[in-house]
Design a protein around this ligand. Structure first.
Ligand code: NAP
Ligand code: MG
Length: 405
């Protein structure tokens, strides 16, 4: 069989631990035999990030900006334990944070739904996609523990020499704590635009929610800017049949639990952080959660939402059998291939991405799955496959599909 040719390069970002092992297997058994592709390769293993003083991460992000499509393996975000474990020069920042910052992107997470892996929430029939504004708020805060009585205030000093603004926060009569947070108009607009882009592509209704009844300036600012962007893109949204719905965050949460799904839930940073974990476990497994970073110009980086699966990696190093689920990693590749195909106008590569995704789904639905899914599958599965066996089972299904075409 002749291989399908990918016209333009994909930026390939390698990573760490168990996901690095899976990465190699997926390429060797599920991609290379069928597609001829050129990748622009960046090694974001913790060792190489350390060796390059993290310059490789910046280079990788710039490459995505240049080529438009990237695919990323999970990477270690070093803490002090990792600094010791890998003898690092320092605890380098989160690569995802660095890449997100450079691309000015928004992260969208979408669960893969399978017939035999029912969501914990029985009303959920279609995926609920989360778009998380990944800038500012409590993640870039300034905090202060208050030792005793005193006055706390917000101060803004304009650079144009106009009057300094003071706003009281609280008069403390005893110990306490305060926090200052911020966001920027630019970043909120980018977030809204990325959400609109995604919703138009995926033809999904948009939901946005904040706590604007309480936070009449901060949260209301988000609500107003989002609305402005929706108004500015009204024609495109209408043409794609995409609706916009704003509600209070409490109301959104209550609705999500009794909704059948099939919409894009745009979230402020903290809501997105917390709610994406709730959705991931509610839909079955972290290994079924896909993730894509989309920037306002439509540049995309695909990845699995889970981490490097460190516990399984240590088992692997001890020579023990592992049962790590490669589904989200495979979908990161198919997502990137499909987007590349879309940009290049190559139908065959998009069809291959569809076939590989269908092969993964059919394999799992036929009862061949890894341990994480076997635990929640209906009917239950007694003998979960190993990491390799699962990939080979997918390859067999794919071979049958391709032969039938
Ligand atoms: P994790 O790698 O997501 O794994 C947590 C647990 O979830 C695993 O121990 C495993 O449970 C289960 N799990 C996750 N993915 C799985 C898969 N594909 N197949 C089967 N089970 C899976 O999170 P972590 O252990 O907290 O983090 C490990 C490293 O990943 C950290 O250094 C962190 O910095 C990094 N991280 C990277 C990213 C990223 O690059 N996007 C995201 C998150 C974390 P059992 O052990 O019960 O089987
Ligand atoms: Mg979280």
């Amino acid at each position: 069989m002749s291989k399908i040719k990918v016209k333009n390069p994909i930026v390939e970002i390698d990573g760490d631990e168990m996901t690095r092992i899976i990465w190699r297997m997926v390429k060797e058994h599920l991609l290379r035999p069928y597609v001829e592709m050129q990748t622009v390769y960046y090694d974001l293993s913790i060792e190489y990030r350390d060796a390059t003083d993290d310059k490789v991460t910046v280079d990788a992000a710039r490459a995505i900006d240049e080529y438009g499509v990237g695919v990323k393996c999970a990477t270690i975000t070093p803490n002090q334990d990792r600094v010791k474990e890998y003898h690092l020069k320092q605890a380098w920042p989160s690569p995802n944070g660095t890449i997100r910052g450079i691309l000015d992107g928004t992260v969208f997470r979408k669960p893969i739904m399978l017939k035999n892996i029912p969501p914990t929430v029985r009303t959920w029939k279609k995926p609920i996609v989360i778009g998380r504004h990944a800038y500012g708020d409590v993640y870039k805060n300034q905090e202060l523990q208050i030792p005793g009585p005193g006055r706390a205030e917000i101060v803004f000093t304009p650079f144009d020499g106009s009057d300094v603004v003071h706003k009281p926060i609280h008069i403390f009569h005893g110990p306490g704590v305060i926090q200052g947070i911020h966001s920027t108009e630019k970043s909120i607009r980018s977030f809204a635009r990325a959400c609109i882009q995604y919703a138009i592509n995926a033809k999904l209704p948009i939901w946005f929610a904040a706590k604007d009844t309480i936070s009449k300036t901060y949260h209301a600012y988000f609500r107003d800017i989002f609305q402005e962007e929706v108004d500015a893109h009204r024609e495109q949204l209408d043409a794609a049949g995409v609706t916009y719905f704003y509600t209070l965050i409490d109301d959104a949460v209550a609705r999500v639990i009794r909704h059948e799904g099939g919409f894009l839930w745009c979230c402020m940073n903290y809501d997105g952080d917390v709610m994406s974990d709730m959705l991931a476990s509610g839909f079955g497994s972290l290994a079924l959660m896909t993730s894509v970073l989309v920037n306002p110009e439509g540049k995309m980086e695909f990845e699995a939402a889970h981490g490097t699966v460190q516990r399984h990696y240590y088992k692997h190093l001890r020579g023990e059998r592992t049962s790590t689920n490669s589904t989200a990693t495979i979908f990161a590749w198919t997502g990137a291939l499909r987007q590349r195909g879309k940009l290049d106008g190559t139908q065959e590569i998009m069809a291959f991405a569809d076939a590989l995704e269908a092969a993964v789904i059919e394999t799992i639905e036929s009862g061949k799955m890894t341990g994480d899914l076997a635990r929640v599958s209906v009917p239950t599965v007694e003998n979960p496959l190993s990491t390799e066996e699962f990939i080979f089972a997918i390859r067999d299904t794919l071979e049958q599909k391709l032969a039938a075409q």
